[in-house]
Design a binder for this molecule. Sequence first.
Ligand SMILES: Cc1cc2nc3c(=O)[nH]c(=O)nc-3n(C[C@H](O)[C@H](O)[C@H](O)COP(=O)(O)O)c2cc1C
Length: 187
Amino acid sequence: MFVLGINGSPRHQGNSSFLTSLFMAEMQKKGHETEVLSAVRLKINPCIGCGHCETEGVCVFDDDFTRIFLPAVIRADMVVLSSPVYFYAFPAALKALIDRIQVLWSRKYRLKTDEFKGRDRKGVLLAVGATQGKDLFDGMKLTARYFFDAAAIRYAADLCYRGMDEKGAMEKHPTVREDIKGLIARL
Ligand SMILES: Cc1cc2nc3c(=O)[nH]c(=O)nc-3n(C[C@H](O)[C@H](O)[C@H](O)COP(=O)(O)O)c2cc1C
């Protein structure tokens, strides 16, 4: 199985990056192939809503989205979004990648290509935020759900941690290692 991790944090070796590393290490132990892409390192144009993909099934831009991100998402058997919450949403670099997935939405819903037929692709959301609000992850969960749906990925599970702010906070969390192992066992 090919497991693709997408890290949404601009912070080097921050909390969501720690979650990605834990998750990928467990998957590697199980013999799976893994790759992690950092949203902020990819140089992409934001979606301009031109509608080209709705008729042609491809994007007008030739950039890191078309060359790196899209092929990896298409090949993945599991996609893991790992991200901090920024203003109750995904950080801008990751949101820009998600918006460009409109090309897969167009193929699925406008052009009816059914390109993922017969594949059981799973999606996982790992999220962190500083505060404690009940609704803290609602926006991210909705966006993740719609992103996964456009890419014919089943929203399999999520793990969201409140009260995590400073760098290194996640590493000190008392149950995170067991949480990740448990989540993977249930997938
Ligand atoms: C621009 C920005 C916006 C943020 N917005 C929120 C927010 O809306 N709610 C919240 O609880 N934390 C918010 N945070 C805090 C981060 O989610 C938190 O520090 C997180 O642990 C960072 O994870 P990372 O180390 O993976 O980057 C924000 C942080 C930044 C820099």
